[in-house]
Design a protein around this ligand. Structure first.
Ligand code: FER
Length: 246
């Protein structure tokens, strides 16, 4: 199915827990940079949540997966608008009680920002290995393993896997202050981060957890950005935290 965001089709999938009748809490799940809703770790989190009574809504963001838009043209503002639209869509589903946000990496930063903006309607957020160093790195000119002049941003940048990214991605990232979103969010937060993350240094998970007012931090020893070794421990961490919320 598609959720329309200002003329852009966002590919989305709603999965219900079994048994499916009755009112349910729902978790919106957002993938990372270059990712999509069918990635192993995204599907695993979704299925685990369905197994403990939560509906899930996985969404491909602008320029990713089977949603509209070109990867090259995606920006954090577009993803933020996508997230706000998906939250509004989910709030109107008649079976939904409480609403949670879960996101991996760039999707983790997105739920930190969107959660703060919608803090009156979001019951809790789960940033997984949140890539919230992106704005700071954009201001320094050190994104994607590249080095560039942050005051003279190239029109395009080579991204992973032969992809190209518009310089506007960097210009927009430079304007975002994730710290403000952290400070504005008073609800419960669960951060999960592998301590051998090759894409987002684990220090960022620790720093965010210390700054949030109500945050549980679960570090996964030896694990990578996409949890190649201990995905089961990620699922345990999310399961334990969510069970306490029901
Ligand atoms: C970067 C490092 C990590 C970057 C993006 C990420 C745009 C995001 C990773 C993810 O979402 O999985 O330098 O630059």
């Amino acid at each position: 199915m598609y959720i329309m965001d200002d003329g852009i089709r966002l590919n989305a999938k709603l999965d219900m827990p079994t048994p499916a009748e009755g009112k349910r809490p729902l978790v919106i799940i957002i993938h990372g940079f270059t990712g999509h809703m069918e990635e192993r770790h995204i599907v695993a989190v979704s299925q685990m949540l369905n197994g403990i009574g939560f509906a899930t809504l996985r969404v491909d963001m602008y320029g990713h997966g089977n949603s509209d838009g070109k990867f090259e043209n995606h920006t954090l503002y577009k993803w933020l608008n996508n997230a706000l639209t998906v939250i509004d869509y989910a709030r109107k589903l008649d079976f939904v009680t409480d609403l949670y946000l879960c996101g991996h990496s760039q999707g983790g930063m997105t739920v930190m920002l969107a959660g703060a903006m919608k803090r009156d309607v979001i019951k809790g957020i789960i940033p997984l290995s949140p890539a919230w160093m992106i704005p700071e790195a954009a201001r320094k000119g050190t994104l994607l393993g590249l080095s560039f002049d942050p005051d003279h941003i190239p029109d395009t940048l080579p991204a992973w896997g032969g992809r190209v990214l518009s310089g506007n991605y960097v210009r927009i990232a430079q304007t975002i202050r994730v710290e403000d979103a952290i400070d504005r969010y008073d609800g419960p937060v669960l951060i999960v981060h592998g301590d051998r993350d090759e894409a987002v240094p684990v220090e960022y998970g620790v720093k965010a957890a210390n700054r949030y007012k109500q945050c549980r931090l679960v570090l996964i020893p030896g694990d990578t950005h996409c949890y190649d070794y201990h995905l089961d421990q990620v699922l345990d961490a999310v399961r334990d935290w969510m069970r306490e919320k029901k």
